[in-house]
Structures are given as structure tokens and as C-alpha cells.
Design a protein around this ligand. Structure first.
Ligand SMILES: Nc1nc2c(ncn2[C@@H]2O[C@H](COP(=O)(O)OP(=O)(O)OP(=O)(O)O)[C@@H](O)[C@H]2O)c(=O)[nH]1
Ligand SMILES: [Mg+2]
Ligand SMILES: [Zn+2]
Length: 355
């Protein structure tokens, strides 16, 4: 693809970002958007074109979760040096696989999160609820995309089921391999908009990205690897522009998507349960055999699905665990930071005595 110059507006810049910058910031540097994270640096695009920059250690350590695709940086005017990471408008994140419960960034500064699942094997309401809670927590509009509609005998019941868990969220069923079929997605793909695809491996995220790209360069060249079964699977994260001017972030399918401390996202995704909970007799009702529990009454009446309640409980537990781990890690870091500073002070005093 020829190197293209984009205006800030085309890159997705919005006036809100400037609120966090001073006049001095604009004199010292210019905004650039992270379009790929490589081992040897961050690929950025700005009104000046493409560049690769390295995030200084101090800056990297100060931004948590880490800088990711979609982030905006302020780059020094006369040198390819990052001055600061511009405050994010939104961040989609999860808890990294492994034990230490750190939050891992998926994509920053999105306008829309396409939650992709297929109408067949992958279709799972509890998984969809999990993604919706993450999108709401991030402050990003979710859209549920049901792929492989061409291989499903009863698309309508998939659509109805998806709508039943989130009445306010748009749901579209498509054949990701067909350009005509994906036309309904255009509503979220105006120039300068940034969207990401998330969902299990094999549901068709990259296929959809390629169909959106049409005859433009392949969305996935260089970012896919054949796995043991000869399938193509997305391995890297990058952002690319569609012919319509929208930016797309394709992500690798995640086998286990653990949620962080997403209290606000949970309230938005499960507002029906939280409204019911407000009517329970006891304000600390656990909705498990407690007296006069409005939530369990709704399950008994058949107005609330017990699958949905079980999933809500499960996600609440994950949220509480994540919040506790973050608290514990902060305390741990504070404690060791203090020990370290004391050790350094002792060393300095000792040195002073030696001379
Ligand atoms: N018939 C049909 N096939 C599809 C559709 N969407 C995806 N496929 C096929 O499903 C397979 C997997 O699609 P990918 O686009 O690689 O899936 P992915 O979500 O990017 O997977 P990961 O990168 O592993 O996360 C490919 O063989 C696609 O051709 C669809 O809507 N209809
Ligand atoms: Mg893929
Ligand atoms: Zn209750």
C-alpha cells in the first residue's frame, strides 16, 4: 500500500483529546496514533506520516494498562521521542492469562466494539454477556455480530436470543465472506471511526476484516500464522484503515476472557438484575436462599433466566477477585518500594561514613 498521509481528523482525533493538552504541549510536540505494537517499538501515524518510536521506560511504567493499538501519543517536534501518552477516551481490557491478575490492554480509543460470534458452534449467551460487560466498562458501544448466518438453519432464533440479553444493543447477522451481506455494518464505519473485533478463535473476525477491505491490501498479511491444524489465526494486533475511512483493529481469538474490576460494566450489562436486587428485603441480599429475594422470585416466575443469574454471579466473583488482587498488588508494591528506599538510604549513610 502506498504510504498515505492522514489528517488528524482522518486518524480519529476528536476535540476531547485536546482538553488534556496545554498550549506548551502543542508547542513541544504533535499527536500521533499507535497503529501497531512491535517488539522493537511502536508504529505511529500522524499528520507528518509514519514513524516508529520507542516508549521511554518511565512513561511505559506510568501507564497502566500498557500502551496499545489506538492510543494517542505526543511526539517531540524535533525528535522521534515520546513526550507523553494522551489520556484515553476508552480502553478495552481483560485480565491477562496467568496468575498475577494484571490488566492487559486490548485496544484503546474505540468508538465501537464488534462482539463477534458465529450463529453455530460458538454461539453462547454467557460469553456474549461477558463481552458486553467489558464493552460497557470501557465506555464503548458494543454491537453483536453473528457470523456464518449462511451456515445456520435458524438465524432468527439466534438473533432473538442475542437481543434478549441486551435489548439496547444492536445485533446483526451476516455472512462474513460476502460484501453484500456485511452492508448493515456501514452504520458504525464512518470515516475516522475506530472499531475493534473481539471474539473466539475461528468465528470470522479476520474474514470480516478482509471483506470490509475489499480489493485493498489483505487485512491479515503478516499478522497470521498457520497453526498446527493449518488454520490461519491472528497473532498480532494492529490497526488498519478501510476504503471508507474507518479504522479496524482485528484481535486474536481469546480462549479465556477474564474480566477485571468492572463494577460499572456489570451494572450496565445486568441492569435488570440490579433493578430487581434493589427490591430484595435485605440490602446485602446474596440472592441465594435469602428471605424475600426479588431476584430469585423473578427466576421462579420465569421472568429471569437462571443461566443469566448464574453468569452474573460468576462475573461478580471474577470482578471482586480482580479488585482484591489489584489492591493487594498495590500494597505489595508500596511495601517493597518503601523497603527499597530504606535500603538505599542506609547504603548512602554507610558510604558517607566510609569516606
Ligand atoms: N461460510 C462462512 N464461513 C465463514 C464466515 N466467517 C468466517 N468463516 C470461515 O471461518 C474460518 C475462520 O475465520 P477467521 O476469519 O480466520 O476467524 P478469526 O475470528 O479471525 O479467528 P482467529 O484469528 O483465530 O481469532 C475461515 O475459514 C472463514 O472462511 C461466514 O460468515 N460464513
Ligand atoms: Mg483472525
Ligand atoms: Zn436477593
Amino acid at each position: 500500500m502506498p504510504i498515505q498521509n492522514f489528517t488528524l481528523h482522518q486518524l480519529g482525533w476528536q476535540p476531547g483529546y485536546a482538553q488534556h493538552l496545554t498550549l506548551q504541549d502543542f508547542e513541544a510536540g504533535y499527536p500521533a496514533r499507535v497503529v501497531a505494537v512491535h517488539r522493537n517499538g511502536l508504529a505511529v501515524l500522524s499528520a507528518r506520516g509514519a514513524a516508529t518510536v520507542i516508549l521511554p521506560h518511565g512513561l511505559a511504567a506510568a501507564v497502566e494498562p500498557a500502551v496499545t493499538v489506538g492510543d494517542w501519543l505526543l511526539i517531540e517536534t524535533d525528535a522521534p521521542r515520546v513526550l507523553r501518552v494522551i489520556e484515553r477516551r476508552s480502553l478495552v481490557a481483560r485480565i491477562a492469562a496467568g496468575s498475577d491478575h494484571r490488566t492487559q490492554s486490548i485496544a484503546a480509543n474505540l468508538d465501537t466494539l464488534f462482539v463477534v460470534t458465529s450463529c453455530n458452534d460458538d454461539f453462547n449467551l454467557s460469553r456474549l454477556e461477558r463481552y458486553l460487560a467489558i464493552a460497557f466498562e470501557a465506555g464503548v458501544e458494543p454491537v453483536i455480530v453473528l457470523t456464518k448466518a449462511d451456515q445456520c438453519a435458524d438465524v432468527e432464533s439466534c438473533l432473538d436470543a442475542a437481543r434478549s440479553i441486551a435489548p439496547a444493543v444492536a445485533v446483526v447477522a451476516i455472512d462474513a465472506t460476502s460484501a453484500a451481506s456485511i452492508a448493515p455494518l456501514a452504520a458504525w464505519l464512518a470515516a475516522g471511526q475506530t472499531v475493534a473485533f473481539v471474539g473466539s478463535s475461528g468465528v470470522g473476525k479476520s474474514t470480516l476484516a478482509n471483506t470490509l477491505l475489499g480489493n485493498a491490501a489483505q487485512a491479515t498479511s503478516g499478522t497470521r500464522e498457520d497453526d498446527a491444524r493449518g488454520r490461519h489465526t491472528t497473532t498480532a494486533r494492529e490497526m488498519f484503515v478501510l476504503p471508507c475511512g474507518a479504522w479496524v483493529i482485528d484481535t486474536p481469538g481469546m480462549r479465556e476472557l477474564q474480566v477485571g474490576a468492572i463494577e460499572a460494566g456489570m451494572s450496565a450489562a445486568f441492569d435488570d438484575i440490579e433493578t430487581l436486587a434493589a427490591q430484595c428485603r435485605f440490602h446485602d441480599c446474596r440472592h441465594q436462599g435469602d428471605r424475600d429475594c426479588a431476584v430469585e422470585a423473578a427466576v421462579a416466575e420465569g421472568t429471569l433466566d437462571d443461566r443469566r443469574l448464574a453468569n452474573y454471579r460468576k462475573l461478580q466473583r471474577e470482578t471482586a477477585n480482580a479488585a482484591r488482587s489489584t489492591r493487594e498488588r498495590r500494597e505489595h508494591d508500596r511495601h517493597y518500594g518503601l523497603l527499597n528506599r530504606n535500603a538505599q538510604r542506609l547504603q548512602r549513610e554507610k558510604k558517607g561514613r566510609d569516606y
